[in-house]
Ligand binder design. Sequence first.
Ligand SMILES: Cc1ncc(COP(=O)(O)O)c(C=O)c1O
Length: 386
Amino acid sequence: MKPRKDFLQFARPTITDDEIAEVVECLKSGWITTGPKVKKFEEMLADYHQAPHALCINSATAGLHLALLSLGPKEGDEVITTSYTFVATLNTIVQAGFKPVLVDIDPKTYQIDGAQVEKAITSKTKAIMPVHYAGAPADLDVIYSLAGKHNLKVIEDAAHSIGTEYKGKRVGSFGDIQVFSFHPNKNMTTGEGGAIVCRDEDTVKKMNVYKFHGIDRDAFNRFSKSGSQEYDVIYPGYKYNMLDMQAALGLHQLPKLDGFIEKRTHLANRYYDLLADVDALILPEAPKYDHKHAWHLFIPLLDTDKAGLSRNDFIGKLKELNIGTGLHYQACHLFTYYKETYGYKKGNFPNTEYVTERCLSLPLFPTMTEKDQDDVVAAIKYVLKG
Ligand SMILES: Cc1ncc(COP(=O)(O)O)c(C=O)c1O
């Protein structure tokens, strides 16, 4: 089989003339850092989630860190999450001063296992951090009922799931704190960036202070005509603000998000049809509860026994045919830092290990054509035929 002409990336942002014009306008305006465009984007995000507040930050990583800090961590406090996530989920737990307590996932849907969360709760647990993996929601009723019973906060790592719905409600339209990512691979982008949605006024105030040097008012007030030059610092805070240049993209991405998700859904459904007869691929299963999948990622598992080759060799052979794939993600408990610091080891989370040894993300983005997708499927079938 001949490789396709050009390399097909597994993800690609959809940027059109609207975004470009808004960025150019921003650059010419004389105001490129945090300012009116961020404010407007925050209002749009709050509106999209029917929430009183949305805070823009420069990454979801920053957002998770702020959300965790807002809980006021004390020595020995624990946060429960899964090992099957991007390591930012765990790193921010540690950076905020918590101990990460890991649990396993459902190997078919990749979502956090509620029964294991329950078993992991101790008197030190402060919060649960479910990850809405790949754009499907975690089982939030289970998580919030445990949180209610044990007086815990829930910080939803919603990096994959802007536009996801759980039982008819949009993720971010209820619950404690949700953190979204606008990294270029995500369902909408601001270059890099993220947003926190939260309903509690005091928590929002705290996160706002931590977000910008611990200063009690933001730069926009400080530098605009109506703001004052003086400020107080009440915490040695961070520099996590989003720029107007980034928000310029977001202002045009958010209104298109539902359309992007429709295209992703069409392609995901088409993958299910086209790959149904490929024995060596185990296709992801949708959670049983009612939901709307945002289809950030389409992650089948390679049945390495049936395929007769490793996942990494499979990825390599697809690459030779100019088909890009993603690896989302490695098992976090097996990274050196987490093994050495918390004593995690191979065998701790069998479902996570099973999935992370076999997973690969197939190309999926709104401007991907059916012809592109046919090339992916043809390459997969060719490589697996041996
Ligand atoms: C589950 C998860 N959480 C957090 C992040 C961090 O997002 P960001 O790159 O916006 O910091 C990612 C990024 O890929 C992610 O996949």
